[in-house]
Ligand binder design. Sequence first.
Ligand code: SF4
Ligand code: SF4
Length: 471
Amino acid sequence: MYNVNSHIAEEFIDEGEILDTLEYASRNRNNRPLIESILDKAALCKGLSHREAAVLLDCEIPDLVERTFHLAEEIKKKLYGNRIVLFAPLYLSNYCVNGCIYCPYHAKNRHIPRRKLTQEEIRQEVIALQDMGHKRLALELGEHPVENPIEYVLESIRTIYSIHHRNGDIRRVNINIAATTVENYRKLRDAGIGTYILFQETYNKQKYRMLHPTGPKSDYAYHTEAMDRAREGGIDDMGIGVLFGLSGYRYDLVGLLMHAEHMEAALGVGPHTISVPRIRPADDVDTEEFSDAVPDEKFLHIVAVIRCAVPYTGMIISTRESAKVREKVLDLGISQISGASRTSVGGYTVEERNEDTAQFELADRRSLDEVVKWLIDLGYIPSFCTACYRAGRTGERFMKICKGGKIQDCCTPNAILTLKEYLLDYASAQTQKAGEELIRQETEKINNGTLRASLREDLTSLEKGERDLRY
Ligand code: SF4
Ligand code: SF4
């Protein structure tokens, strides 16, 4: 029985409710008055229910689909402005005891080389990332109680935060590790992580079982209830996501939104981020075998519907997507992207991209400087901001500011300051020139005179050598 407040996976992700929702969406996909009323509601930036979102996704009436896309763009501009936050994944270890059939790290893959970084190797990787200009990392590692125990993760986080190479530092470490215990979540919180990220992969229980035949991750309920335990362990910034293409996207979108509704209702805080990865080829993974692959056009529609449904949640896209797709989804609601990623263990310290331990093939292989310049040319402010979590703006407090439409007042000046740091310390001459012009224009646009004056003072302080200024 569906119960949004329950802590039992099968109740807050109730299959009956998902199937009813899909049937309702299918019945109403041509119901113009209903769809228009849903769009009017979305325009208020207060979000949509999973049923309303499912109808929007099923609708194929051209002018209404067009309106959904426009609305997503407007909501994004209104809440987040034109900043795009940049981050990089850091793969610590590809040892894994699970059997996920879509991932080359699965335990039965005997020909992939297994690697785990030592603390010294992590140091080298972090220096390479800092020298590119990165300030925000997402740690990735497989589930392996012997090779990757929680102590290894905690030690790695300490190592990462302790490194300050030249003007560089990593100011926020987000972490993507397997579902774990309340006690371990508490340890992660105490270690100062940013967001705890865990993708559901698919909400379809039958499909989930087929895709995860062995290992601890095969326990659907334990995996699905991870955010409830994370919250109990004191974590209040949590990121969810679906690996689109593993199962039917309609089902998974509804499940994803039900999960977000559950988090808000039962945990007191909705997801901080939603990631929208799509399955990519990799060693021992043939995407041809996944018949639910999502075509580009539908993928854009999914992003737009999520933006309308959960306007307060950041949306993330990785280098799994090509520059072309990334450009399109930036307008539709994506607020964070990875840049210059290497998805192999130890990938940042090798000259040539060594991809024998890669988790998936990259579709966007540009350098960070190229990505920064590309964003500037598109009119976005590339941001290396990590301010909220360090200023205690997390969980409910963050959501309150965001829902009040006020987060942009922090995002824009912080984006300008962190871009300025990047230009001073890491950018090519070409990017520097374009970036300085963007900073001039964006500072000019700030209406609040006191804020504008203070920002100008801070920009001068950065030129004089100060670093890490924030609002
Ligand atoms: S998806 Fe994660 S848990 Fe599954 S095999 Fe890959 S690394 Fe292991
Ligand atoms: S001000 Fe907060 S929400 Fe905005 S970019 Fe910085 S950390 Fe993110």
